[in-house]
Design a protein around this ligand. Structure first.
Ligand code: XMP
Length: 319
């Protein structure tokens, strides 16, 4: 039977109302379509007893806190923004291995949510977890590919019960629900962003400096690809971003020797994120991205490469 988003909205609101009962819930929002849909469903199901929280980890997209607050306000959802940058960077200090990074982030998210839940008397945490998150986190169906922070990255003991209304959906279905709920287009059609944020786009140890560099590089990739798409020069890829490889290579900056990091540009075509193919970006667009990254981030980056790997054998994000 084809997916029916209207029917899903009715069933999901019933599910949230019966799970949360007369209680209160925190809804973790990240600016992505999954958590935005979860927040809109909660507002429909339990109204003001749902409290949406955006945690600024320092690893979010450029201008994200403001974007999320405004976009969700248009959808009738108020958002509390929590500045947790310091504690996330400190939890990540010294961690190089991807799974350890993901678990540290999952733990930090939960402790921020727990302290807000305690203050506000919330017994539930609503998350926008979707099917690929738990499938890839090792569901018994297959090996753990990566611990999505909202599944395999969760600590064993939590002071809140989880409520995950989108658990069985795939990204294309979530977008259909977002359209039916009337979410603004900038949310319903937004490209995916990983829950652990830019941490999985910085290979190895995360620092504030590297986060600033990759945030800016991601913004440049997004600006250039969207501009070319608006001008009809290319289709809009399913997902497009930059990855920071803190491997140094030699270059020239004016008449000086440069020794800087590498940025990998990644753009993919996919339906649900479970498989993907590298997008065929016009060479002049790639050239402009490379030129802007090496000019605007010249103190850090002197080389830009394009990732042509499919999923499988690669994954979409690098960690
Ligand atoms: P991968 O890298 O596994 O990514 O091919 C598939 C899709 O999922 C996003 N992604 C995540 N989303 N929590 C999320 O909510 C995570 O931990 C996470 N890791 C990857 C990724 O951006 C891509 O769209």
């Amino acid at each position: 039977m084809p997916f029916d988003p209207n029917r899903f909205v009715a069933e999901a609101t019933d599910f949230i109302s019966s799970t949360v009962g007369k209680g209160k819930a925190i809804v973790g929002v990240s600016g992505g379509v999954d958590s935005s849909v979860a927040a809109a469903l909660c507002a429909k199901a339990i109204g003001k007893r749902a409290h949406a929280v955006f945690v600024d980890t320092g690893l979010m997209r450029k201008g994200e806190a403001q974007f999320v607050s405004l976009a969700l306000k248009k959808a009738g959802v108020g958002v509390e923004v929590v500045d947790a940058r310091k504690r996330f960077f400190s939890a990540l200090r010294g961690l190089h291995e991807p799974e350890r990074k993901r678990k540290a982030i999952g733990k930090e998210f939960i402790s921020v949510f727990e302290s807000i839940a305690k203050k506000r008397g919330c017994k539930f945490l609503v998350q926008g977890t979707i099917a690929p998150d738990w499938i890839e986190s090792g569901s018994g169906l297959r090996d753990t590919i990566k611990s999505h922070h909202n599944v395999g990255g969760l600590p064993k003991k939590m002071g809140m019960r989880l409520c995950e209304p989108l658990r069985e959906l795939y990204k294309d279905e979530v977008r259909q629900v977002a359209r039916v709920l009337g979410l603004p287009k900038e949310l319903s059609e937004r490209q995916p962003f990983p829950g652990p944020g830019l941490a999985v786009r910085i290979m190895g140890e995360v620092t504030e400096e590297k986060a600033e560099v990759v945030r800016e590089a991601c913004a440049i990739v997004e600006e250039e690809i969207c501009a070319s798409w608006r001008q009809g020069k290319m289709g809009l890829p399913w997902q497009y971003f930059a990855v920071l490889l803190p491997i140094k290579s030699v270059g020239v900056l004016g008449d000086r020797r440069a020794y800087g990091w590498t940025v990998a540009v990644r753009a993919v075509e996919s339906v649900d994120g479970m498989t993907a193919k590298a997008s065929r970006i016009p060479p002049e667009v790639l050239e402009r991205i490379s030129e802007r990254i090496t000019r605007e981030l010249k103190e850090h980056v002197n080389r830009v490469v394009y990732d042509m790997t499919s999923k499988p054998p690669g994954t979409i994000e690098w960690e």
